[in-house]
Structure formats: C-alpha cells, structure tokens
Design a protein around this ligand. Structure first.
Ligand code: ADP
Length: 424
C-alpha cells in the first residue's frame, strides 16, 4: 500500500455498493488498496448477514430511497469522496446518495434504464440513438394477440426479452410465428405470468462492447472489444471478447458516437460506461448501455498507462475518477488482450474440471479461472445465469489472442452429469 507523506492530502474514502455474490468486489477493493483509498462496503443484504460476512453495512437495494437515506445517516460523521455502484443493482442507490452528498452523479433515470430494458429502449428512441422497433407486452396477454401485434409492429426476425433480467437470460430470437409462440411460452415459464417483457426487431450484424469513462457527459473510450463468435441466436451466450477492435477506424468512430449519444440520452453523466452495440451496413445500433464497468472478471484483461512504468487496472481508473484523483494516463497498453467467458455446454451437475494447468501453460494464456463450483448444478441459456469461468490471453495481435483463447478452451474438459443420475 502507498505510504503517505506527512502534510499530504487526507486519505480518500469511497463507499462501494455491491451484492453478496458480485464478481466485482475483490478487484475494486484491491484497486482501492493500491491507491490508498479507504473503502466502506455496503452490501445488498440484511445487516445481520452483512455482519456475519464481515461487511460493514447491509442495505436493501430494492428500496433505493430508504437505502440512500440509511447510508447518508451512517456516513454523516465521516465524509465520503465517492459513491460507486459495482453492478447495475446498486446504481440507483448510488445516484440518490451521491446527489444528496453533493458528489458528481448520474441521473437516477439512467440507473432505472440499466435495470429495465423497456425504459432503456424508450429513452434511447427518444434521444434518437439507433435502436430497433420495440413493443412492451405482458406474459398473461392472449398469445394470439401478442403475436399479431408483434407481426404488425416488429416483424421477423425478432427478439423476445424480459425487462429485468441480465446476462442474456430469457433473450430469445424468433424467425417466424411458431418460434415466437415458443419463445413467449419459454419466457413466461422463466419470469412468470403477468410480467412485462419486450419484443424488438432483431439487429443483424457483428457485435462489439465498448468500455469507457464519462466525464461531464463526454465519453473517453478505454477499450473497444470485438466479439468474434457469431451471436445469431436463438440464445445469446457471450464467449470471446478481444481488444483492440479489428474494425475500420471509421466504423469505430461511428460506434463511439452512437454510444456517447446513447449514454447522454439515458442521463449518464460521470463514471464508467459499458455499452453493447451491433454494427451492420446501416451503421451501429445500440443493444444496451449501462453506467457500470464490464461484468464478471473480464476487466482483468485491461491494463492502462504502461508507458509510465506501473500499469493501472480498470478499477483503479474508475476509483481515481470517482475520488477526484489525477487521471494522467488512460491509454490501454499496446498489446492485444482477450477474455473468454467459458460457456456451459450442457445442463447438469459439474462433477470435475480437467486441463486447467495445461491450458494455463499455453503461450499467451495469462490465466484460467474456473468460477463454477464442483457438485453444483449448471443451467444453460436462456434460463441459466452463469459461466463456467474465464480464460485470459495477451499477445501482439488480436487474431493471435483469439486463437490462444480457442486453444486454451479446447484443452479444458468438464464432466457434467445429468441431475437425475445423482438422485435416487
Ligand atoms: P442482457 O442485459 O440480459 O445481456 P441484452 O438486451 O443485452 O440482455 O441482450 C443479450 C444479448 O442478446 C446481446 O448481447 C445480443 O447478442 C443479443 N440481442 C439482444 N437484443 C438483440 C437484438 N434486438 N438484435 C440482435 N441481438 C440482440
């Protein structure tokens, strides 16, 4: 940890809002330690459980105003320099609390949009960001009416998606009437009767992810990732992300412009932005934009400011900005980097994982992290909500990083047995 000189500025203090199972907490805590920022962690859980897990504060993110009031009282005697939500779920509490404490913050509507795909599409359409036709339905509406209206207003192919899930859960492409009926039935089984959902136009094209930092609505791009595996449905499981993008500079500029316009339209002002876009002959289209950093452990492949000797992680840049510390070098390193979210090949119980050491030993592979737990059940998309783990690679060129990820993945083997084989 950095040593402070006598007479130097007081230690910065940041409140991190997170969830009990977030992948993101440790990387932020480590980054804060490297920057000598004191962290206070508030977790979306009852205080009794927070105590048990040695977290300082437990609050209920589903009541953002109450949670923000509670936190404001708790920190009243020890001022904060920053309030940061690590995932979408704490974003509204963060916006409300930061506003109350007079810290830079996003419009709370941006946090709602990040949690609700219908709100997001509505705000995007209103600001003129490139977004497909969309329509809200409810799972208890008569199926025939849903289909007739979707055919009239959206057409095929279309995408059925829940409003409030993430990680591609419940997102299903339909190319015709039969597939649409099946998709709606499957989504209803997942989210229940009477729930709102969206049907929107399928956006053909390739997909990219943009990682950025907003400063008073100006977008600074930290990394643009290509997603080289086709994501054409019927389900949309994320796999490989590689940066820098191999798209032409003109296409990249158009992506940045579209993402900036979308972020502004949602009311994002400051801090991290993660945007997913598709690109086709008509240009870039917004899939979604959120005021948070990339999810899972993916950010571990990003390093910034190599020229000055020590590199910074994405979390360090985010904390620096939030705490008003200097942000001198936000250039990503010159090497290419990539991460693979290891897909779940079949549902069942994970009995064993092999080949990890062999995969780690391959050239350009930096790490392999298996995050799924042995003897726990694995659920595939569209119902599932997790990956088996992450593979990280670095190299000179994006193509060789992509190849290294594929090679490493081919060395891994997962023994998954059907759940019924274990019962009885
Ligand atoms: P989530 O928040 O659950 O990730 P998204 O709306 O981002 O949900 O959708 C997940 C994935 O599904 C996207 O990354 C994209 O590959 C695909 N997808 C979603 N909407 C569309 C669409 N309208 N057209 C084409 N693909 C889509």
């Amino acid at each position: 940890m950095a040593q402070r000189q006598e007479g130097s500025a007081p230690r910065k203090r940041a409140l991190l809002l997170t969830t009990p199972n977030s992948y993101r907490t440790q990387d932020f805590v480590d980054a804060a330690a490297r920057l000598d920022i004191e962290t206070v962690i508030a977790v979306d859980t009852p205080q009794t459980l927070a105590d048990e897990w040695n977290f300082r504060l437990g609050v209920d993110f589903s009541h953002p105003q109450i949670a923000a009031n509670q936190l404001a009282q708790t920190v009243a005697n020890s001022p904060l320099d920053a309030v940061l939500a690590l995932d979408d779920s704490g974003a509204k509490v963060a916006a409300l609390l930061a506003a109350r404490l007079g810290l830079p913050h996003n419009d709370p509507t941006a946090a709602e949009a990040a949690r609700n795909k219908f709100r997001m599409r509505s705000l995007l359409a209103a600001c003129g960001a490139p977004t497909p036709a969309f329509e809200e339905f409810h799972t208890d509406q008569e199926r025939k009416k849903i289909i007739a209206q979707a055919e009239r207003r959206i057409g095929y192919p279309c995408v059925v998606k829940p409003e409030e899930l993430n990680g591609s859960r419940g997102v299903i492409r339909a190319n015709n009437r039969n597939e649409l009926a099946t998709a709606v039935r499957r989504l209803t089984a997942l989210i229940g009767e009477g729930q709102p959902f969206l049907i929107e136009g399928y956006i053909p094209g390739i997909e990219v992810a943009l990682e950025g930092l907003l400063d008073r609505q100006r977008l600074h791009v930290l990394a643009l990732f290509d997603k080289p595996d086709p994501l054409e449905g019927p389900y949309f499981e994320e796999t490989i992300y590689v940066t820098p993008s191999r798209l032409a500079p003109k296409a990249q500029r158009a992506i940045v412009e579209a993402a900036e316009m979308a972020a502004r339209g949602l009311g994002l002002q400051t801090g991290p932005v993660h945007a997913e876009l598709r690109v086709n002959t008509s240009g870039p289209w917004i899939v979604e934009v959120a005021g948070r950093a990339i999810g899972g452990l993916c950010s571990r492949i990003l390093r910034f400011g190599m020229e000055v000797g020590a590199s910074s992680s994405l979390e360090e840049l985010i904390l620096r900005q939030a705490c008003g510390l200097p942000l001198e070098n936000m250039e990503r390193e010159s090497q290419a980097g990539g991460v693979m979210m290891i897909p779940i090949p079949q549902a069942g119980i994970l009995r064993s994982v092999g080949g990890v050491e062999e995969a780690k030993a391959l050239p350009k592979i930096e790490d392999v992290q298996i995050t799924a737990r042995i003897n726990h059940s694995l659920v595939t998309l569209p119902e599932g909500d997790a990956y088996l783990g992450f593979i990280f690679a670095r190299g000179h060129a994006p193509a060789e990083v992509e190849e290294a990820l594929r090679q490493a993945h081919s060395r891994l083997n997962f023994e998954i047995v059907p759940e019924f084989a274990l019962t009885g």
